[in-house]
Design a protein around this ligand. Sequence first.
Ligand code: SAM
Length: 301
Amino acid sequence: MPVAAGLTAGVAVGVARTALLVAAARAIETHRPDALATDPLAEHFVRAAPASADWPVHPDQVPLGAADPLWGRLGRYFGLRTRALDDHLLDSVRTGVRQVVILGAGLDTRAFRLGWPPGCTVHEIDTGEVLAFKQEVLDRAGAAPVAVRRPLAVDLRDDWEQALLDSGFSPTAPTAWLAEGLLLYLPAGAERRLVATVDRLSAAGSTLAYEIKEVAESPGVRANPVYAAARERLGIDLLSLFDTRPRPDSAGELARRGWTVEVRRPYDFTVLHGRGPLPEPDDALAVNRWVFASTGSRPVR
Ligand code: SAM
């Protein structure tokens, strides 16, 4: 039985639709013989939404393979990003973190597919529309989370601190925060507030990983075929969804607040894993950075 239209409409519009794009990329990645990450639930989401029901979920459905700017190169980028951030979160729990907050979680299924130790809680924050669709698909698939899972519907442009506290988040326990594919779409003011909120709620031993575009892309990069492919084939105009106004220096701000911060290029991880996207002319990934921060040994507040 198809998912009710009322539950699929919200995930098809605006920035929510990008969650389906990433899910399709993860579905394809899952079936690659050299997969960087596997997410068996991803194709359930893609198939359940009319907007994406005919998108590929397997490499065999991508005739151009790696030469396809969308499902080849960008798709591989999402696979690499997923792997790098999976590893980062698992490293955080190895240091004792048992509380995870995924900001702009979209169709992220880490609560279901990673090997969380007992006692882990994963808070997933996104809009009510995305989370309702996600829940319906998870229920239909009979998916059972490995960690305690707490979805929270809020708009991250608003003040979301109290809602997270009300949802059972503990500010005295160390937290692994993740903002994967989110800050690109948020206004600068919302990013500044998000960083300040994360900092305020982070006990000693907390970590934060996020993705940004360091600077606005040049006209040459904006003409990269990946953007036209997303617009024409998927109905996703990434260039109009990105907030291209000057970005805050969140890495610098975190450092000023006492965090230890490491800014990495995705290509560092291509080298690390021996596979993944490589630089190209007018590269739409050239200014992407993955930032890994930790509170280090600062005192518990
Ligand atoms: N992190 C997920 C992943 O990597 O698969 C989803 C990434 S998707 C590109 C962006 C997500 O951010 C969408 O699910 C969207 O609904 C969410 N998002 C964007 N702006 C938001 C906001 N203001 N409040 C809550 N969620 C937001």
